[in-house]
Design a binder for this molecule. Structure first.
Ligand code: PEP
Ligand code: MN
Length: 358
């Protein structure tokens, strides 16, 4: 449930509500919105609900107590109506600007990374990507250069000024990846690795959480809830396609998830057309579509010579193709940017009814 404080509630009144919640054995999380504080009550409430509701509603400074049926709390729009905006070096994610994360699937060498980094920066990318620890379907496939790649990424950041994002695959890698990278990526295969989610929730780096390829939107948001409730509010969601019966594409890009997620949560959402399609020639059309449905940005794989790539050769764009993609995507973003923040007409979203906002 959420405790909505009155517009002019004092700090002492907010503290009073929080200590009451703690005394009940539950955890309060407060969010100071534009004109009022909302406190989420998190924990096993069970049959105490009606009594607790009355008790909290009677406290000074409380305007309303609302029971919320959705399982995600801190990531929900009800708790936090304003969009989360994440700043990392000079890049800003979620403020209405277009975030473009680009770079090779895997960091293969210093030269390969630098050549790509220079080109994507010149073409307008805002964040550099590159895999150091690679989750490969085959244990015999290239597994990434590991820490050596992290060092190249840090050098590429110095060289270009772009913040870098790279995947962390297991809890034991969190500290080292956080030492070198600016944003930690959780891959699709690890979306429900709860110990990893809790660990990245404890570091002072934004996290990009890719949607599990078999995960519902609600499961995805619950995974984000693990990170936020562990102390890290800077979570970026990434729709990268889900598995369906279709075999012509590597996955099926769920574009409807983008406006839906914007409706349900305040977190920014990025679309990854590279892993969604698995085919180079499909990347640009779906990057355009992702931006058209209001994504806060895109993540695309780019390689100087994709056919020689050690991973995901078929889906990486050449440097020229990336430039062309940017030229196609930029005007679409300009077109939708002005409409993006207009509220969607109130109505049901399914799975628990509609929201009154966004
Ligand atoms: C990646 O971005 O390098 C990657 C492995 O993506 P995903 O986890 O979406 O497959
Ligand atoms: Mn890849």
């Amino acid at each position: 449930m959420f405790v909505v404080m009155a517009a002019g509630a004092s700090e002492a009144e907010v503290l009073g509500v929080k200590s009451r919640i703690l005394a009940e054995g539950l955890t309060p999380y407060d969010h100071a919105g534009v004109d009022r504080v909302v406190i989420a009550v998190v924990g096993e409430i069970g049959s105490r609900k009606p009594v607790l509701l009355d008790r909290l509603a009677a406290l000074p400074g409380v305007e309303a107590v609302t029971p919320i049926s959705r399982p995600f709390k801190l990531t929900s729009r009800e708790f936090h109506p304003e969009d989360t905006v994440i700043r990392v070096l000079d890049a800003v994610v979620g403020d209405g600007s277009l975030t473009v994360m680009a770079g090779p699937c895997s960091v293969e060498s210093r030269d390969q990374l630098f050549e790509t980094a220079d080109a994507v920066k010149a073409a307008g990318a805002t964040i550099l990507r590159g895999g150091a620890f690679k989750p490969r379907t085959s244990p015999y496939a290239f597994q990434g250069l590991g820490v050596e790649a992290l060092r190249y990424l840090a050098e590429a950041r110095e060289r270009t000024g772009l913040p870098v994002i790279t995947e962390v695959m297991e809890p034991s890698q969190v500290d080292i990846v956080a030492e070198y990278a600016d944003i930690l990526q959780i891959g699709t295969r690890n979306m429900q690795n709860y110990s990893l989610l809790r660990d990245v929730g404890r570091v002072a780096r934004p996290v990009m959480l890719k949607r599990g390829y078999g995960a519902t939107v609600e499961e995805w948001l619950m995974a984000a809830e693990y990170i936020v409730s562990s102390g890290n509010p800077n979570v970026i969601l990434c729709e990268r396609g889900i598995r369906t019966f279709e075999t012509y594409t590597r996955n099926t890009l769920d574009l409807s998830a983008v406006p839906l997620v914007h409706h349900l949560t305040h977190l920014p959402v990025i679309v990854d057309p590279s892993h969604a399609t698995g085919k180079r020639w499909l990347v640009t059309p779906l990057a355009i579509s992702g931006v058209a449905v209001g994504a806060d940005g895109i993540m695309v794989e780019v390689h100087p010579t994709p056919d020689d790539a050690l991973s995901d050769a078929e889906q990486q764009l050449t440097l020229d193709q990336f430039r062309d993609m940017m030229a196609a995507v930029t005007p679409v973003h300009a077109l939708v940017a002005s409409r993006r923040r207009q509220p969607i007409a109130a109505g049901s979203v399914g799975n628990g009814g509609g929201l009154s906002k966004h």
